[in-house]
Design a protein. Structure first.
Length: 111
C-alpha cells in the first residue's frame, strides 16, 4: 500500500481554518475538492507526488479565490489579467505566511 503524503493537515486563511482530508475520490476522476461550508479540503492521495502537490495547490487557490469574492463561476465578475494577477499574488503571499510548512512541502524541490 502506498504511503500517504505527510504534510500539515490544515490551511489557515486568517479568518478560517480548512482541514485537509486525504481520501480516495472516484467520482468523475476527481483529484481534490473543497467543501466551503464545512471548511474541508479533500485530496486523493492515490496520485503521483507531483500531481498530488499540484492538486493541493489548485484546491488552496480555490479557497483563496472564494475569499476574494471569485468563488462560483456564475458569480464571478468579469476580471482582467492585472486584477487576477494582483489577487493571486496577494493570496499566495498571505497563505504562504500563514502556512509556511505547508508551502515548503508544496514547493519542495525534487530530490
Amino acid at each position: 500500500m502506498k504511503q500517504k503524503p505527510v504534510h500539515p493537515m490544515e490551511v489557515k486563511t486568517g479568518s478560517k481554518v480548512y482541514t485537509i482530508e486525504q481520501k480516495s475520490l472516484t467520482k468523475d476522476s476527481l483529484h481534490g475538492d473543497v467543501d466551503f461550508s464545512k471548511a474541508i479540503l479533500r485530496i486523493d492521495p492515490n496520485q503521483s507526488l507531483e500531481d498530488y502537490k499540484n492538486t493541493l495547490l489548485h484546491e488552496i487557490i480555490h479557497i483563496g479565490y472564494d475569499m476574494f469574492g471569485l468563488g462560483n463561476d456564475e458569480d464571478m465578475p468579469s476580471v482582467n489579467n492585472e486584477f487576477l494577477t494582483m489577487i493571486t499574488g496577494n493570496m499566495l503571499r498571505l497563505f504562504t505566511n500563514l502556512n509556511p510548512e505547508l508551502f515548503e512541502y508544496i514547493f519542495e524541490r525534487p530530490k
